[in-house]
Design a protein around this ligand. Structure first.
Ligand code: PLP
Length: 404
């Protein structure tokens, strides 16, 4: 890949931070945006900003076509069987809240069990804890081994005849572990369990094929795959979407309304009440175009090389521990250095222009499991370079000398 050329597409990389060239290693939180995505948003708002579906005029039909083309693009990107299986949301968090909301009105009852894993992001924990408190469901939490891989040799331990839902992350935003989704979902399906995948990280670094994974639902956010903030996706199998109740009520999701009765629209429109984020959907389509024209396979391969290189360099630093050493890993490295608080490290590295993250990464139960209060985390994208990793590890050594 022509990394120098690719970097020119990302205007944020041009700037200096504290008089140093920006090194952006916080990609798991959100990715930078390439020019085509920024231009797609500008073009929509300056040329054909209009509400979709409900008007007969020219610019509304342009907006509607672009919005529906975005749906088609997403469907093809994740190999959904039909465009109607793609629902636009605000992001992963809303997609999961959407599901906990509609499943409590349909599938889940008091005493039912929901299986999660200890490596979930808060967005796939908090809504379920709320449901435990309000509906009386039980939560079963799959544990990890020392490498940060799921303990799934004995499914009988985690699933019972009361299990109704499995909600699992595709990959961990802390450990980087890529979970063996197909294997787990196959076991869940054997037991008639509804399966939900939090793909917030997984969508960024894998070729997702929802039919092959065979999950019932797959959730992700546009902003982590070079799209805008405020747009996300909930993929759902059509057969389930047909029978589930809507998430929100209002305009755009109805066939007929009277004060006595409401007839809902068909899937997916019954799940998209109100004015959608049209500009966000169009930008997401452009982001996917950008990924495809760069080459997803090449991206994945290059990011893996960055991961391996950085892992080796970090392991050479004394007193440094890496959390998450799974065989299958996304390009995310969480680590700690004995004697240095992770906040001090990220603050001092910021002074050298390095943007990285420290803290619990919205995964406090995982921090408890690891018996730590937080980590430093770097996460790569295909615009990062080996030279940036060298610079980063050199600066860590300087900070170590300052603090220890
Ligand atoms: N799930 C995982 C694994 C994540 O890493 C994140 C964000 O970092 C989320 C869910 C929430 O995504 P969003 O804030 O875009 O809704």
């Amino acid at each position: 890949m022509d990394i120098t050329g690719i970097r020119k597409d990302f205007p944020e990389l041009e700037q200096k931070v504290h008089n140093h060239k920006l090194i952006y290693f916080d990609n798991a939180a959100t990715s930078l945006k390439p020019f085509p995505v920024i231009e797609a948003i500008e073009e929509y708002y300056s040329k054909y900003n209009s509400n979709v579906h409900r008007a007969g005029h020219k610019i509304s039909s342009l907006a509607t076509i672009a919005y529906e083309n975005a749906r088609k693009k997403v469907a093809k990107f994740i190999n959904a069987e039909s465009n109607d299986e793609i629902i636009f949301t605000r992001g992963t968090t809303e997609s999961i809240n959407f599901l906990t909301d509609i499943l409590q009105d349909s599938i889940l009852n008091n005493g039912d069990e929901v299986v999660l894993t200890v490596m979930e992001h808060h967005s796939n924990i908090v809504p379920w804890v709320e449901l435990r408190n309000t509906l009386g469901i039980d939560l079963k939490i799959i544990d990890i081994n020392d490498k940060g891989e799921l303990d799934i040799d004995d499914f009988g331990k985690w699933f019972s005849e009361k299990t109704k839902v499995l909600s699992i992350t595709h990959s961990s935003n802390v450990l980087g572990t890529i979970n063996p989704l197909k294997k787990i979902i196959k076991e869940a399906k054997k037991r008639g369990v509804v399966t939900i995948v939090d793909g917030a990280q997984g969508i960024v670094h894998s070729k997702v094929d929802v039919q092959d994974i065979d999950c019932d639902f797959y959730c992700f956010s546009g902003h982590k795959i070079y799209g805008a903030m405020g747009i996300g996706v909930l993929y759902g199998k059509r057969a389930l979407l047909e029978v589930l109740p809507p998430y929100q009520q209002g305009g755009g999701m109805i066939e007929k309304v009277s004060f006595d009765n409401v007839v809902y629209s068909s899937v997916p429109y019954k799940f998209e009440a109100g004015t959608p984020n049209v500009g966000g959907a169009i930008a997401l389509r452009t982001a996917i175009d950008y990924i495809e024209s760069t080459g997803l396979e090449q991206i994945i391969e290059y990011e893996k090389e960055l991961l391996d290189y950085a892992t080796q360099k970090l392991l050479d630093i004394e007193h440094l521990t890496i959390y998450g050493t799974a065989v299958n890993k996304d390009p995310i490295i969480s680590f700690g250095i004995a004697g240095i608080h992770h906040y001090d490290l990220s603050t001092l590295l910021d002074g050298f222009g390095i943007a990285m993250r420290s803290g619990h990464h919205c995964a406090q139960p995982l921090m408890n499991r690891l018996e730590i209060d937080g980590t430093s985390r770097i996460s790569f994208s295909f615009y990062n370079t080996f030279e940036e990793i060298d610079y980063f590890t050199d600066k860590i050594k300087i900070v170590k000398k300052m603090l220890i």
